[in-house]
Design a protein around this ligand. Structure first.
Ligand code: APR
Length: 281
């Protein structure tokens, strides 16, 4: 493990544009359950996953009913308001501060990367800390609307003050498209990066799980161009994909990632940062 941590630190230091991708695994050490890990929400309650797949249909069919269920029902992830970032989130912020990590793209809706101080953050599946107009994609802090008052007066769903579109939670439901702005910016990061650090995700949900595959495809193309003489090796950026996860994922077994550091993100990422700081001296 130590050798892989040192290898990851050197790869990060040699990179020109490193991007981190994260999933629910980075938040479990903050007390927020993941979905498909051994004690994940879907693992323990498959019906909840089936119900989650129906949520967006309800929204499209009857947004008022969807909001009423939202405001009166339980939150699957528990009390997110009280959750705090852990050492894994802060380690990524450290990598941003030393100029190595250029962007974090997260599937998590818990807002913990934002709370930890991530500078450039793309919330691929949205955030519980925001609402979003489904028409113009404008985002709002929840306090902008008095949701309980709207419910009491039978005036749900909230309407966007700018385009009158329907406003829902920013969190992206199964079956709902990734908001175009986030989708485009994430794709741009995948094209720009020469190192992808993938933390705490089972990498089975698309289109997010496509991002590492796009980077891997670039690596193959670069190798092919160099081998065929179509371009000189020195101007082809090598690409490194590193996984930090409690267990292997399809990215591991399909050879998409170069290597997997197995264990807890909250323990491994700070060790990587420590080696980076030592080597930078
Ligand atoms: N450190 C490292 N890995 C961890 C840790 C930890 N502390 N805790 C859990 N893991 C691993 C699990 O073993 C699992 O492989 O993180 C991974 C989490 O995978 P999922 O639970 O599938 O979460 P994620 O990949 O983020 O799910 C993607 O699915 O249900 C949707 O919208 C939801 O954004 C979510 C998406």
């Amino acid at each position: 493990m130590q050798k892989l941590i040192e290898r990851a630190a050197r790869d990060l230091l040699n990179s020109k544009y490193a991007v981190a991708l994260t999933g629910a695994g980075i938040s479990t050490e903050s007390g927020i359950p993941d979905f498909r890990g051994p004690s994940g929400i879907w693992t323990k309650n498959p019906e909840a996953e089936t119900k989650a797949y129906r949520s967006y249909e309800t929204f499209l069919h009857d947004p008022k009913k969807w909001w009423e269920e939202r405001l009166t029902g339980p939150n699957l992830l528990g009390d997110l308001a009280g959750a705090a970032p852990n050492a894994g989130h802060y380690a990524l912020v450290e990598l941003e501060k030393v100029g190595i990590l250029k962007c974090v793209i997260t599937q998590n809706i818990d807002g913990l990367h934002e709370k930890a101080g991530a500078a450039k953050l793309l919330e691929y599946h949205g955030s519980v800390l925001k609402l979003r107009c489904v028409h113009c994609t404008l985002r709002f802090r929840p306090g902008v609307f008095d949701l309980d008052k709207l419910m009491a007066e039978g005036k749900l769903p909230p309407r966007c003050p700018f385009c009158q579109g329907i406003v829902k939670t920013d969190t992206v439901a199964f079956g709902e498209s990734i908001p175009q702005d986030v989708a485009d910016m994430s794709l741009e990061e995948a094209w720009k990066c020469d190192l992808m650090l993938i933390c705490g995700t089972s990498a089975v949900v698309y289109p997010f799980a496509n991002l590492p595959r796009i980077v891997r495809q670039r690596k193959y193309e670069n190798q092919w161009k160099t081998e065929t003489g179509l371009s000189r090796a020195e101007n082809q950026s090598s690409v490194t994909i590193i996984e930090v996860n409690a267990e292997p994922t399809p990215l591991t077994t399909e050879g998409i990632s170069d290597y997997l550091i197995t264990g807890k993100t909250g323990e491994i990422l700070p060790q990587i940062v420590e080696v980076v700081k030592k080597l930078r001296k």
